[in-house]
Design a binder for this molecule. Structure first.
Ligand SMILES: Nc1ncnc2c1ncn2[C@@H]1O[C@H](COP(=O)(O)OP(=O)(O)OP(=O)(O)O)[C@@H](O)[C@H]1O
Ligand SMILES: [Mg+2]
Length: 399
């Protein structure tokens, strides 16, 4: 948030209500919170920007509505939260027409205020997503999805000045990320998804498992049936928040195109689609690409990666490229010892086998997933693209 957008004005509010609002705003990193009466508020508004205003309104008294209108005239960019005595449709309508962006019933409840502040962040783009979401998907299990998701996340973190990468294990029937990294998470994606709408930045990180390399793991649920709570919508909320906070969000997906997977694939900026050079794997790959075409995913959204390259296969790389009529983005060499050893030690491959060819190949894959310096490949800044575009899940949920 910019300096002026971290200032909030609370109009004509006192006592416990003021304390509640002030506390929530502080949690949301509003650093200058001013409780003011009307004449002082106008002076502050004249003097410069402000990030937010909270204005009480009432039935049968137009003072509050008039103040919202006046504030909007003075500083149209400021989001205004109106508070009223009850959820009266006519009052809400008038507040919105006057220029309020949210309406809350007094006494203001902390959770409701937190949710309103979260919605305002999205609506106003104050905290626009800036990171890139990368989904790692394989149509069949056992092809290296988790290996590539985990190691790509570490490679991206190493290449980032800020070293902030989220790694999400969305395999709800027993994900392997926690095993590959030998960790015991305190909280899982189930906990995060439940609370996502009301978490401050600070609180969000507490739902992740931080590793010193700059990778923050969002673990799979502890119990398989907890996955039922993870609807596509919840997952999109989680990913949207993570892409606000992290330069990269890498997701290890399940191997079926269920609602959860489709939500991730729709949302992702880029899909790493893994295959082997075997006939069953390539058949699975072709079927997946057919589905992606029906979902109108642009070809450049999908990076095809051949894993275990060099192991005995049914096709060559050029056979595959001819069949698909498109190039393969990267190949990862076959190195069973390095992958098994890393997983057994709970380490990324670049640490357990730093000089191996597979470690270099994983670095190259990550470099390929980064936005190019001319801004060509990825969403390096404006993530207006998230949640737009095409996709089965989107069509289903918007219907
Ligand atoms: N490049 C590679 N060379 C050799 N072995 C590999 C390579 N990549 C992965 N493997 C091995 O293949 C097996 C499956 O890998 P991984 O668990 O990453 O796949 P997956 O697609 O996540 O499978 P699933 O989710 O179905 O368990 C593991 O034993 C892993 O060590
Ligand atoms: Mg896996």
């Amino acid at each position: 948030m910019s300096e002026s957008s971290s200032r909030a004005i609370i109009l004509d509010t006192s006592g416990r209500e003021l304390d509640t609002i002030r506390q929530k705003l502080e949690e949301r990193e509003y650093t200058e919170i001013l409780a003011l009466a009307w004449p002082e508020a106008t002076k502050v508004l004249h003097n410069g920007g402000s990030g937010l205003a909270v204005v009480p309104i009432d039935v049968g008294d137009d003072t509050g509505i008039g103040r919202i209108e006046e504030m909007k005239r003075m500083r149209p960019e400021i989001p205004i939260i109106a508070t009223g005595p009850a959820p009266i449709p006519d009052l809400i309508l008038r507040a919105i027409r006057a220029g309020a962006i949210e309406f809350l019933v007094r006494p203001v409840q902390p959770t409701e205020l937190a949710q309103a502040l979260e919605r305002i962040r999205f609506k106003t783009g104050l905290d626009r997503s800036y990171g890139k979401c990368i989904a790692v998907y394989t149509a069949k299990g056992g092809m290296g999805g988790t290996t590539l998701a985990v190691n790509t996340a570490f490679a991206l973190a190493r290449s980032e000045a800020e070293r902030r990468v989220a790694l999400v294990d969305l395999v709800v029937m027993g994900g392997d990320v926690r095993i590959f990294l030998d960790m015991k998470p305190e909280r899982t994606i189930k906990d995060l998804a439940e609370e996502i709408d009301s978490l401050s930045r600070h609180e969000l990180v507490r739902y992740l498992h931080p590793l010193e390399e700059g990778v923050y793991v969002c673990a799979d649920p502890n119990l398989p049936d907890e996955g039922e709570l993870l609807t596509g919508r919840r997952i999109v909320s989680v990913l949207r928040r993570l892409t606000q906070e992290f330069a990269y969000t890498v997701v290890d997906c399940e191997h079926t195109l269920n609602e959860r997977t489709l939500a991730v694939l729709d949302f992702a900026d880029e899909i790493v689609l893994i295959t082997h050079l075997t006939l069953p794997a390539v058949r699975g790959l072709q079927r997946t690409l057919d589905v992606f075409a029906r979902l109108n995913y642009p070809p450049e959204k999908v990076s095809i990666v051949v894993n275990r390259h060099g192991s005995k296969g049914d096709l060559t790389l050029s056979d595959l490229e001819k069949v698909l009529e498109r190039p393969v983005t990267a190949t990862i060499p076959n190195d069973y010892k390095a992958t098994i050893d890393a997983a057994a030690r709970g380490l990324p491959i670049y640490q357990s086998a730093p000089k191996s060819k597979i470690a270099s190949a994983l670095d190259r894959l990550a470099a390929n997933l980064k936005p190019s310096s001319d801004g060509g490949k990825a969403a390096n800044g404006d993530h207006g693209s998230h949640g737009k575009g095409s996709g089965l899940f989107r069509r289903k949920t918007e219907a």
